[in-house]
Write a protein that binds this ligand. Structure first.
Ligand SMILES: [Mn+2]
Length: 373
């Protein structure tokens, strides 16, 4: 458990606490939602607002605590809204900057900074996109809060904010790495009832996001996935074609051991600069590793220029594989009670070198200034 936070939110940078600002954003949200002609229950914004205020007050989640009933109502509403979006592979046309966030694992401090940054940027640029690449829970104490913040953020900005599934959005993993224990600790036996709503939501999350970045008549396709590319270990020399495999993906289940091989590979596998083919085996605990030749044939066959993924820890928050064609991100500072990582996000703009940005108020503020100039 982490009881101390090494960083206080910097109030002077943050204007969400100002209620007039909140109302202004609220109107924009309503417009967005009306455009989408989707009805959304007020519980989504209420919980979002409560979490943001708790973050502002120094990540104090016991102050005006969100109740079991509120959380249950929230996830029931999520499950009412999310099935509309349950394509396994979502493809999105992008005409501006695209941001990628790696594993957050309950890192609500990082998620809060990202939401704050997005809110400010969104006021001048309605076309930005943010993709979270999975693993929202486990490994840290505030995983329910983190998942709920990111989920409400997505529902309030459904055209801009996307979540894909990680290998921790899984019943078996949540039993062993903290999320279910955290729910039981907070709500006793009712925690199980809340978990059943949440696991249903996890099974509806897509596995892949394809950003089709446009500039004039030019196009670049960027694939976001939690672990790796889809590989059938028995036929790894033949690249999987995303549109062909999509109807065959059996990922609407609560555990990855019930899934098809492509889904498992996309949630669990890792890139490896040192191998040519793939590596599988008991010592890899069900994971698979893939080398550059396998990766290259996949991205060529699918007309993909860049892959962004999470799933592995990096002390400096990121790692670049395969000559810059695969970016691996890690976006939490804390993990299993240790504060040791330098969380990063990735920014893509058509025709520009991918940019790695640290998740701290100072760096994100600089990014905002460079954007408005
Ligand atoms: Mn993972």
């Amino acid at each position: 458990m982490i009881s101390e936070h090494n960083e206080e939110p910097m109030l002077e940078f943050f204007d969400l606490g100002d209620s007039t600002q909140f109302k202004k954003i609220d109107l924009e949200i309503v417009q967005e939602i009306e455009e989408n002609s989707r009805s959304i229950s007020p519980i989504i914004f209420e919980i979002f607002e409560k979490l943001m205020k708790q973050c502002l007050k120094g990540y104090n989640f016991t102050d005006e605590q969100i109740s079991f009933v509120e959380y249950l109502e929230f996830y029931q509403e999520v499950n009412r809204l999310i099935p509309e979006l349950k394509k396994k592979i979502i493809t999105e046309d992008c005409y501006s900057s695209v941001f990628y966030i790696g594993d957050t694992h309950g890192a609500i401090q990082e998620s809060f900074k990202i939401v704050d940054f997005f809110y400010k940027l969104f006021q001048t640029n309605k076309q930005i996109k943010i993709i979270f690449v999975g693993d929202y829970v486990d490994r840290n104490p505030y995983d329910l809060e983190n998942l709920t913040l990111i989920t409400s953020f997505h529902l309030l900005f459904p055209k801009n904010v996307f979540l894909i599934r990680g290998n921790h959005e899984d019943r078996l993993i949540n039993t062993h790495y903290g999320f279910i224990d955290n729910l039981l600790r907070a709500f006793r036996e009712k925690g199980e009832e809340l978990y059943e709503e949440i696991i249903k939501y996890f099974t509806h999350l897509p596995l892949v996001h394809i950003a089709q970045m446009h500039s004039g008549d030019k196009l670049a396709r960027v694939m976001a996935v939690h672990g790796g590319i889809p590989i059938d270990p028995l036929n790894f020399l033949e690249p999987a074609i995303l549109e062909d495999i999509e109807p065959k993906l059996k990922c609407e289940v609560d555990k990855s051991d019930k899934m098809d091989v492509y889904s498992v590979s996309m949630l669990w596998s890792d890139p490896d600069d040192m191998i040519q083919g793939i590596l599988t085996g008991a010592h890899l605990h069900g994971r698979m590793r893939f080398g550059f030749p396998v990766f290259k044939s996949f991205i060529h066959a699918n007309n993909i220029q860049l892959v962004v993924r999470g799933h592995q820890k990096w002390n400096n928050g990121h790692h670049i594989f395969f000559g810059g064609q695969l970016y691996s991100l890690f976006s939490t500072q804390t993990y299993d009670g240790k504060i040791k990582f330098e969380p990063k996000i990735l920014r893509l703009d058509f025709g520009q070198t991918p940019k790695i940005i640290p998740i701290d108020f100072e760096s994100l503020e600089k990014e905002l200034i460079s954007n408005t100039n």
